[in-house]
Design a protein around this ligand. Sequence first.
Ligand code: PBG
Length: 326
Amino acid sequence: MQIRPRRLRLGENMRGLTRETRISETSLIYPLFVKEGADIKDPIPSLEGQFHFSPDRVCEAVDNSLKSGVKSFLLFGLPDHKDEAGSGAWLSEGVVQVALRLLRARYNGEITLITDVCLCEYTNHGHCGVLKGETVDNDKTLPLLAKTAVSHAQAGADIVAPSDMMDGRVNVIRDALDKHSFTDTAILSYAVKYASKFYGPFRNAAGSAPSFGDRRTYQMDFHNRREALKEAILDTLEGADMLMVKPAMAYGDIIAAVREVSNLPLAAYSVSGEYAMIKSAARAGLIDEYGVMCESAVASFRAGADMLITYYANEIAGAIQKGDIG
Ligand code: PBG
């Protein structure tokens, strides 16, 4: 037999035929930061091009995304008041809950509303759970997360996304949602969340940096891959409907590995530090922002993600519509 090395050389307009990775604007999720107050649209200094919106103005961001075909949103809350336990997280008049009700009423089923369920934006110490001395008390935090998730469902969330990394939280959240008849509310678990310096700009944007210590007792060590699979399997068994790997850019191997052990839909979160790196390198004239944005978005899907959470969602959707990717 003769070996015939051949590389398929299709013309530019035919490349779509054999493309291995497809992405659509419907698989993009855009994060929104909702701040307590009225008539606020303030630029976020650490995240160029992103804004803090008060609940009454957040629809401006949604309208803008809908124009480019992005229909799914991940909400983060910035409350005025913080305390030891993070009680602002589950108030029915809390900032996220108010925004949810307004958005649900205005857009009905036209958009998917996902909420970040965590206490770090609501605690005065900035940790993701209640404290026992200087450490986070996993088991005392669980019912608070469950209450928060239920309050989001009551206000109109379609999907709740616990990002705290406490053990067993998917289980208690599922129980609580079912008990309150929110059996259709889905859980997108931040199953594999690394303790990462890539979150720097977000903590600035959300005012959620821990006031002491770090998150390494509950978030994962970036040296570990098997542990990611363990977390993914446990959350699948606890009843998660979807899983997430976070960050995305430096964790393509983890996305690919999680894809293999769970059949659940998988999201990758291209986090604030990834966005900020592209923005600042582009501003310094070192890289082509549009090209790098497209390439890194496709990379997460190529690795195995079904959905991508990204601050570039609108621009990526634009690139898909132009036919530059997808
Ligand atoms: C809250 C939360 C964080 C992010 C999403 N949810 C911060 C953290 O864990 O410190 C990071 C998002 C980003 O960097 O874009 N727990």
